[in-house]
Every structure is written in C-alpha cells, then in structure tokens.
Write a protein that binds this ligand. Structure first.
Ligand SMILES: *Cc1c(COP(=O)(O)O)cnc(C)c1O
Length: 474
C-alpha cells in the first residue's frame, strides 16, 4: 500500500512510521548540520528565500511521497531554525524540549485522543486527571479543593483566570497588575470586555506595594489583582504574600501569573521565593518553559474546583446529562476549547521519568548558571549588569552604551543584538527598563546544559560586536 496514505496507529502505519521517524530524525540532524549555529544566518529575507528555494511548491498536483516531503520540509525548518537546545540561543522563555517529552508527544500525535469527551479519550482523560491533581497539589499543598486545567499556555491561563474572576465579581471588575505584567493580561481584559488593567509602578521590576495599596484604595472595585512570579522582561517576582494580604483586605480576586517562576516549585532550594502562592485564587504555569516540554504545555491551577463552574456547558453529543449520570466524566467543562490535544501525556511521562528531584536539578542548574553569568558580567569592565537575577534572566549592556545619550545607547544595544542574529552567532533578547527608558541585552537561561564556557563565549561575542568607535551623533 502507498505509505503516504497509511493511518499512523494501524499495524501497517506503525511499521511505516518507524521508517519515517528515521527519515525525520536524519532530516533534523542534516538541517542542524547545515545551520551550524544557534540560528539560521542572514536575517529574515535570506532565510525566507532559502525556504522558498527548498520548497518551490508546497502543494504539487502529484504528491512527492512521504520520504521526499519529510526530508525537504523538515530539513528546511531545521536548517532555518532558532534552536533553543543550542546554549547560545538564550533570548526568550523558549525552552528546549526533552527527548523523552518529544517521544511522548509522538504518542499523543499517533493516538490522537481528543479531550472534549470521554468517548474520545477514555484513558487519556484519566492521565490528565492525574497530572492536574499533581499540579494542583504542587501549587496548593494539602488542599483537597484545589484543581488545575491544562491550557495552551499562560496567555490562555490568564484569560481563563480573568474570566473566573469576572464570573465571581461581576462585569465591573477592574484588573490591577504591575506595569511589568505580561501583555496577555491586558489582552484578556480586552477580550472579556473589561476596562483596561490599571498598571502599578514597579521598583526593581517588582510591584510597588505602597502604590498597589494606593491603587486599590482609589480605583473602585471589585478588583482582580494579578501578581507576576517571574516577569518576562527580567524574571522579577512580585512579593506574593504581601500582595495577597492587600488583595484579601479589599475582597479582590488574586491571580498569579507564574508562567516562568512557577518552575521554582520543583526546586527545594528556591521554592521559598514563591511563598504565599497558595493564597492565590488561581495560578498560571507553563511547563514549556521550566518543564522542558514541547509547546504547548500550559496549566491553570485554582484554589477551589468549584470556581470552575462557569466553564461548564452541556452539549448533548459530548456530555449529555444521562451519559454523565451513567458515570462518564465531563471533560468539556475543563477548558474553553472543544477538541483538545492530550498535552498532559508528555507532562505525565516527564514527571514519571525525571521525578521531582530530576526536575529540581534541571531548574537549579539554569538558575545557578544565571547566577554565575551575573558574576562573570560584573567582572568584565566593558559590561554593566542591571541586577543579580532572581530566577534565570540576566540583563546587561555595554558600558559604551551608558556613555552615550539614551537614544544612541539604546540604538547601540539594539544593533548588537541584530548583528549577532544576522551572523547566526547568538540569539540574545532585549528588555527596556521603564524607570530610565534604557534598553538592555537579555539572556534567559532555560538550557540545563549551558556551561561557564558557553556563557563566556556569549559575553565575548557581545564585546566583539560592540563598535569600538562611538558613532558620531547625527
Ligand atoms: C511566557 C509568559 C506568558 C505567555 O505565555 P504563553 O505560554 O506564551 O501563552 C505570560 N506571562 C508570563 C509571565 C510569561 O512568562
């Protein structure tokens, strides 16, 4: 039979899949060898042109067959990738998936359970239950009423959290978060028809408690306070316990966006940075950051499973009341989506394979690497460190940029980042500090294999890319 039309989970399909997997893995390796660095060289126009050269016609009249198609397209994507498993690719909260999680995700693709009804996912639904109960227990230790939902990431988690807050407190809800909160909080408020969030001043990237208390006193309620445990720009953790105290005094709903910092729950050494987290009504977590899962792997933990009631909905073909009475679990009320990938499968396999201690070790390695990186920057006279990292994000800039007026200094920093990207040498991020409008280079460490030698190399690359002569002011 033509291997191109075999269904994956059939006996013949599984046989064919074994061969196709060898092809895919070879294409990924060949593409990576062609690229050689952390990102494709040449910038957007060159990369796009190379993709079009390799794939002149994506839908030909007659198919090229699975081997050719996989080789062509997987190789093009791998050759033109930004590769988070390369230690010099450290811009974003863009994690490199573990091999074991990628293998588990293949099972999800082949078996393809859909988590909108029991009769599409009998066992996968139960595996999701095990994972969500475990995560609920991690965030809310010892609390039986706690629960968790699987989401596509913190963007969806923040949206659902604000939805739950609005359903509890009404449509006049005002969202209050720090000025450094993730943009998805504002977008969620917009999608839900709420007023734009009130941004509270930060100090050192953390929400200013005095300003928060003042905002809560001035802005009429009801309120939903959103704290961030690990800001995207600098990995700052809002003082959750104190924020929870202020929120409770005003009867506010408290959501914590712990998309990044939530990973610290795995670390015995660092979990105390999240003290107060169990006081939140809901908590967003992303296991595609710390957690090393293929995208997507989001979670929303809630203090009380009863708070999820607004998500419940009866669609006769998926969760008829009589089916539910006969014992079929209702999966539809556990998401705002209908058809849903079993993302809990790869999480379950990863939890089981690495254990709590394995995840703790990986998390600690990234955070320890960030601490050494900060130390290395502080020792280099040509570079200036912003602050010691709380998690694994390090902001710094060349002192040459500080010697210039702010706009020119910022242009210098932005230029260094783009030149390293265009040369395919390093992938660094950027972040702006609101207090002085300065632009910084950002290194986000989610790669547990990063060594001091890699970090030294990254800093060397930045120094080499820093123009020696200060460009004349226009
Ligand atoms: C990554 C991140 C988000 C967005 O999450 P997605 O998984 O990309 O949807 C939101 N908030 C914070 C703090 C994040 O780090």
């Amino acid at each position: 039979m033509n291997a191109g039309r075999l269904l994956a989970a059939t006996p013949l399909g599984l046989g064919a899949l074994r061969g196709l997997l060898a092809t895919v893995l070879r294409a990924i390796g060949d593409g990576r060898d062609a690229r050689q660095g952390p990102i494709a060289r040449g910038g957007p126009a060159e990369v796009a042109e190379e993709v079009r050269r390799r794939i002149p016609l994506v839908l030909p009249l007659e198919g090229a067959g699975p081997e050719r198609a996989l080789t062509t397209i997987v190789e093009a994507v791998a050759a033109g990738a930004a590769d988070p498993s390369n230690p010099l690719c450290a811009a974003h909260l863009h994690g490199a998936p573990l091999a074991v999680a990628a293998a588990a995700d293949l099972a999800a693709s082949v078996l393809n359970p859909s988590l909108d009804s029991w009769d599409q996912a009998p066992a996968a639904g139960e595996v999701e239950r095990l994972v969500t109960a475990t995560v609920a227990g991690l965030v809310y230790p010892g609390r039986e009423e706690a629960d968790a939902l699987v989401t596509t990431g913190a963007t969806e988690s923040n949206l659902v959290a604000l939805l739950l807050a609005r359903e509890r407190l009404g449509p006049r809800l005002r969202v209050i978060c720090s000025a450094d909160a993730h943009h998805s909080v504002g977008r969620a408020a917009w999608m839900l028809g709420l007023a734009p969030p009130v941004g509270v001043r930060t100090a050192g990237g953390r929400i200013d408690l005095g300003a928060l208390a003042q905002t809560l006193a001035i802005v009429p309620g009801p309120h939903c306070v959103v704290a961030t445990a690990g800001t995207t720009d600098r990995g700052a953790i809002d003082p959750i316990g104190e924020v929870a105290g202020l929120a409770a005094r005003r009867g506010a709903y408290l959501h914590v966006d712990a998309a990044y910092g939530g990973g610290l729950l795995f670390s015995h050494r660092r979990a105390r940075l999240l003290d107060g987290l169990p006081r939140a009504d809901s908590v967003a977590l992303d296991l595609h950051k710390f957690g090393w899962q293929p995208l997507p792997a989001g979670l929303l933990a809630v203090r009380d499973t009863a708070s999820l009631a607004p998500l419940s909905l009866v669609a006769d073909y998926l969760n008829a009341p009589d089916d539910q009475e006969s014992g079929m679990p209702d999966l539809l009320g556990r998401s705002i989506r209908t058809s849903r990938r079993p993302d809990a499968l790869k999480m379950a396999v990863t939890f089981q394979a690495l254990g709590w201690s394995g995840l703790a070790r990986l998390t600690d390695r990234c955070c320890d690497a960030a601490a050494s990186l900060a130390h290395m920057i502080a020792e280099r006279p040509a570079l200036r460190l912003l602050t010691r990292p709380e998690i694994s994000t390090v902001l710094f800039r060349p002192v040459a940029a500080d010697a210039m007026p702010v706009p020119e200094g910022n242009a210098l920093v932005a230029g260094i980042r783009r030149s390293l990207l265009a040369d395919g040498k390093a992938v660094l991020g950027r972040a702006r500090t609101a207090e002085d409008d300065r632009l910084w280079l950002k290194i986000t460490l989610l790669n547990p294999d990063v060594t001091p030698a890699h970090l030294d190399r990254l800093l060397d690359l930045v120094e080499i890319a820093t123009p020696r002569t200060v460009p004349a002011a226009a």
